[in-house]
Ligand binder design. Sequence first.
Ligand SMILES: [Fe+2]
Length: 642
Amino acid sequence: MHILGLHFGHDAAASILSDGRITGYVLRERINRVKHALGLTRSEIDGVLTDAGLSVQDLDAVAITSTQNVELLTGLIDGLDIDILPHDAHGIPATFAEAAKATNNRVEDLLVKAVEPTFRGDDTGFESIVYRHVFPDGETIDWDRLDSVGWLDGYVTDDAWRDPVDLPSLAGRSAELKEELRFGFHLPVTVHLDGREIPGYFVNHHMAHAASCYFRSGFRRAAILTHDGFRSGVGYHGGFFAFGDGARLWPVSPHYLAIGVLYEMVAASIGLGEVGGPGKLMGLASYGDPVLFNDRFVCNEPGAKAKFGTSLTEAWLAYCRQAIRQGGYDLAAYGDKNAMTAPVNADIAASTQRLFEEIYLAAVSALNGMLQNAAIPCDNLCLSGGTALNCPSNTRVAAEGPFDNVYVEPCCDDGGLSVGASMHLYHNLMNQPVTPPAPYASPYLGRPYADTDFDTARQAIDVDMSSPDKPALAAAQDLAEDRVIGWFEGGSETGPRALGHRSILANATKAENWPRVNLLKKREAWRPFAPAVLEEDAGDWFEGCPIPSPYMLFNARVKGSALPAITHVDGTARIQTVDASCGQVYQVLTEYKTLTGIPVVMNTSFNGPGEPIVETPEEALRFLTETDIDAVYIDGKRFTRR
Ligand SMILES: [Fe+2]
């Protein structure tokens, strides 16, 4: 069974799921070099078919997602067309399609279109700025040629899902595992690809988030919370609670949170930018104190409407503006990029971070309450959607939340949706058994490169090359001698965090490496760096965080003072624990520990400012020639500037 997964929204990706295993994965941003790129082209589809050793003829089904309410831009793909009609071979119940048919509604009439007006209008709002960034093709595209199939706004036919309530009320409800909801978040369509008609399935955005996390968690049973930055917080478009048991996955309830957008808007308001702002806000929060935090704001959107008569984001921003005026802050520094760590910005960041954590914890408790009220025992929790990239929040959920075990997936951003849509189809809808990952789900889904790719790269870029007998030892010696190196190995990581396959590594014991590497990467000087640590030694150097922590999604407190380059101003670090499944980088850390006694190095993503992580050998070598990095290792070869 080969399923082609297509995610057309921002962080667009194509993938192949073969009998439940991921055999091909391409994130478009790594190819077109636009961070968070939107839209797919033929090259991503051909790429994953080649990686999986398949042709279009081998495909059994296509699973499709997009950003909520953003249409599919199929005109960019030669040979692909989508009909909003079930294929003859469909045999899976589809609650929504059946309801539409029973009420004489044409599904086509229920589709919304959002991208085209965003691009072609003169909108200068937040959303428009973001989409223009992730889809620069929109400026030059011939829209008359583009076939932009619409996207479903509402799947659900269940009354309980249309009744927005606050978090305490949700916690008092009882979870019901309804089959019409399990089959309610997809729509059968027909995909035409190179003349073939293939059964296709639109899969709801958050159903795909839930599936990609749960089915790769290793849990046989888990509660699931998905949430991301979708604007309104109304309905279920910002995410929902779900429950997984074996191959089955039930949506349980919307949670009506809107703390992804809250975080984005606060980041933009203090000048951290519309794209990439939330990640920076998380780092900035450690410089401040959460003195503006007020637990009146711990609520979801229905709760905010009842208390403030407006959205939580508007209420919180208005409150912060008033509070800083009354708080004796130097207001000239507010939103000043050159004074970002000034108390006014840092305290807003810290207070917003605290608010985010408290609301997230309240939501997790509400989910637990719903399961307990239904007498559904469950020790495990899966977190997905972009808000699960918030490490301090994840750490508090693991430490203080009601679930014993917490799994956060490395591609909890939208980059994981193409895989999640296929997994939802294969396991939940087709009832195929789940094979647990071992020891945990690999984040290295990108394609490896062949010798010919290196030859091409070296012809294009004039650098010196050597072939050390023991590349891991050579890299460890470089680090011990305080060189900053690029480490490129096999297939790239999915998700936004570099985990030792496209990483810049540096000596973590030298305080000056913090500003040094920020300068090298042209980042703001105040932004922190994370460590990679041998899993077996992690407990000796870090505490207060689940171990293993293989995806850099939890925060730990750093023990002692030996690691100044990766210890944030509040004494924490976002750790990656490394074991043999990570590849050669495990040997680098092992050799480095033998040389220095320290099993920890600085690990940051291998990219320049505003760029996606490097994908090809050529991009890695270009980084070597254009920056002050001391050496680059590519699959065991060592490169330096001439
Ligand atoms: Fe999402």
